[in-house]
Design a binder for this molecule. Structure first.
Ligand SMILES: NC(=O)c1ccc[n+]([C@@H]2O[C@H](COP(=O)([O-])OP(=O)(O)OC[C@H]3O[C@@H](n4cnc5c(N)ncnc54)[C@H](O)[C@@H]3O)[C@@H](O)[C@H]2O)c1
Ligand SMILES: O=C(O)[C@H](O)COP(=O)(O)O
Length: 587
């Protein structure tokens, strides 16, 4: 597509090629990576309006933004196939992360790609404010030579207050120490040990820090708790000669209070890179601050270096490629971190547990069309053997939620993933406990096995318990137990599970019904109560009775079938002699 400043034009890519929208300027290294990976990329030269973004987002699988695009809940609601929102930078305050989480959309960022750039820009503003660099430059360009009016102050031997001692704050502190400044820090999460190592002094709050500083710099994210962190009361408590800096986010200083502080001389100056509205709306307080003679202002340039832009571009584009190929991000804001090798190892269990969940809903809880009676039950997912040693079982938990709701939710559970599984479980009233049984336990036969147990919440101990057990061999998945019946089958395709009296002739009767309706049996197993598998037959032929079984007791017949199993077929099977119950499963 040709770059356009307004809206994306139709992509020439084939319909199956994932599409990525980049409505802001992004370093070309990342874009080449995306295109080289075979994705279709629409990179616009300037941000889209909210309306245009809402109009076009439905066609995209990934969205990559910087700070100018507002990824609101309405944008995300229109994003029917979006899998990832990537922020080519640190701050995600322009993205509705909660809404993305609810929709199972991964949000990733570049947590450290522009940290050095932001810290250096802070130091640039510190010195520019101290030495009136902005006004001096403007004067020179206007043909003035104003030496007398522009006498500055030194920063060496002065006190710098740092609020927010995270990645940027710590780098700024180091640089300031290098400039010969004494650095005092307030961050509720900073440790004394780190402060000592960095040669800074910790303060236990703003009231203790503000009156002593000559310069103040903030490096917190913009959160409800940091909005207007520095207001009138705080600014009034500072020295009249103090100068303040903001390379974090507009709004951490209350802009009206800051304007008043500068106008009325409570403080001496400010260096501002960020504003509550960007670019500042005409006539706004932000615009008046940017134009103020005591302010050195820059248009959100903290991360705007060639190096930082290459870093963040590569960071997020690498993650987007990974996610669109079914892999994992390295810096997800709303998903737990899991190492790629661990993820790969869990994959067969993810498939197994998803099928176990789906099997549960369809076999035990009513399944298709009956609303899925999952409520009033508590689930236990028990990991045995080697699997019990895995600490990050988040993908397994998500797989169970996906499986349980797959046959009873509109999208077939496709929208359930590692990002939103807990939220969806909560919304559906699913209580799921995970247990790790390293040695022994109920399933000792396999190196790694899983038990899904469902218990009624209103009954004590094991009353009303339903059990499914499964295991993985190589990368193939098997069900080894269904309630009281020992089995061994692949949970795949269309299955019929018939609960019957274990007497001769049952298989023949069932085969006849299926044969009559032109339904092929692809495999068949009889699972018994006591001796495990009592009969196994594999067939791709037209169903025919094979007559096998034990006279007493109950058994389960598990049949893989090909052909349309209608309600009539199920009715006939249910009417067959000795059949107690029939369920149809689509796995
Ligand atoms: N201007 C730019 O171009 C630019 C570039 C990079 C980063 N940033 C912004 O800089 C800010 C800091 O980025 P970072 O990567 O260092 O983040 P970070 O998460 O590493 O650090 C933030 C720190 O703030 C602390 N904090 C939170 N609430 C606080 C409070 N009420 N009082 C004191 N400290 C508090 C946290 O404990 C944390 O240590 C972010 O807002 C980011 O968006 C701006
Ligand atoms: O949070 C950030 O990473 C910075 O504010 C950079 O924003 P930008 O990508 O719009 O320059």
């Amino acid at each position: 597509m040709s770059p356009s400043a307004t809206s994306p034009s139709p992509s020439p890519a084939s319909p199956s090629t994932p599409r990525i929208l980049v409505p802001e300027k992004l370093s070309p290294e990342g874009l080449s990576l995306l295109r080289g990976a075979g994705f279709s990329v629409d990179n616009l030269t300037s941000p889209l309006s909210n309306e245009d973004l809402i109009r076009s987002i439905a066609e995209y699988d990934a969205l990559i933004v910087r700070s100018e695009t507002k990824v609101t809940a309405s944008v995300l609601a229109a994003a029917s196939q979006l899998r990832v929102v990537a922020r080519a930078g640190v701050g995600v305050d322009n993205i509705d992360v909660d809404a993305a989480t609810r929709q199972g959309i991964v949000v990733v960022n570049s947590p450290s790609g522009n940290i050095l750039a932001a810290a250096e820009h802070t130091i640039a503003l510190l010195l520019a404010v101290a030495r009136n660099v902005g006004r001096a430059d403007a004067g020179m360009k206007a043909g003035k030579w104003e030496r007398g009016k522009l006498v500055g102050v030194e920063v060496g031997r002065k006190v710098l207050g740092v609020v927010g001692f995270g990645k940027v704050g710590m780098k700024v502190a180091r640089m300031a120490v290098g400039l010969g400044m004494r650095v005092v820090v307030f961050d509720p999460y900073a440790s004394e040990e780190v402060a000592q190592r960095e040669g800074v002094e910790l303060r236990d709050g703003l009231p203790a820090l503000l009156p002593e500083v000559d310069f103040l710099t903030v490096h917190t994210p913009l959160l409800a708790s940091t909005l207007n962190l520095l207001g009138e009361k705080e600014l009034r408590s500072m020295k009249k000669t103090a100068r303040v800096l903001n390379v974090a986010r507009g709004g951490v200083y209350n802009e009206e209070a800051l304007l008043k502080a500068l106008d009325e001389g409570w403080i001496a100056g400010a260096g501002l890179d960020v504003f509550t509205s960007e670019p500042p709306a005409e006539g706004s307080v932000a615009a008046r601050l940017a134009a103020h003679p005591k302010v050195v202002s820059t248009p959100h340039l903290g991360a705007s270096t060639v190096e930082a832009q290459e870093n963040v571009s590569m960071d997020v584009c690498t993650q987007v490629v990974e996610i669109l190929r079914g892999g994992l991000p390295t810096a997800a804001v709303n998903a737990p971190l899991i190492l790629p090798e661990e993820y790969k190892r869990l994959q067969p269990f993810v498939r197994l547990i998803e099928r176990m969940g789906s099997l549960y809903t369809q076999h035990f809880a009513g399944g298709h069309g009956r609303g899925g009676m999952l409520g009033g039950r508590r689930f236990e997912l028990v990991y045995h053997g080697e699997l019990a040693g895995i600490s990050n079982t988040r993908p397994l938990y998500a797989a169970l939620v996906k499986g349980l709701v797959s046959s009873i939710s509109e999208g077939g559970g496709r929208d359930v993933n590692i990002v939103n599984a807990t939220l969806i479980a909560k919304e559906r009233g699913l209580a799921i406990d995970e247990k790790h049984v390293r040695n022994g336990g109920a399933v000792p036969t396999y190196a790694s096995a899983v038990t899904l147990r469902s218990l009624r919440t209103d009954e004590a101990v094991q009353a009303g318990e339903q059990v499914i057990e499964g295991y993985v061999s190589g990368r193939a998945i098997f069900i080894s137990k269904l309630d009281r019946f020992t089995a061994n089958f692949h949970p795949e395709g269309t299955l019929l599970i018939l609960h019957n009296y274990d007497e001769p002739g049952k298989i023949g009767n069932v085969g006849m019904v299926l044969g009559k309706h032109g339904i092929n049996i692809t495999f068949m197993q009889v699972a018994s109560l006591e001796n495990g598998l009592t009969a196994t037959a594999t067939a791709t032929t037209q169903a025919a009775g094979t007559g096998n079984g034990h006279a007493e007791k109950e058994a389960l017949m598990i049949l893989g079938v090909a052909g349309e199993v209608t309600d009539d077929v199920l009715g006939e099977l249910g009417q067959s002699e000795g059949i107690l119950d029939v369920s149809l499963l689509r796995l």
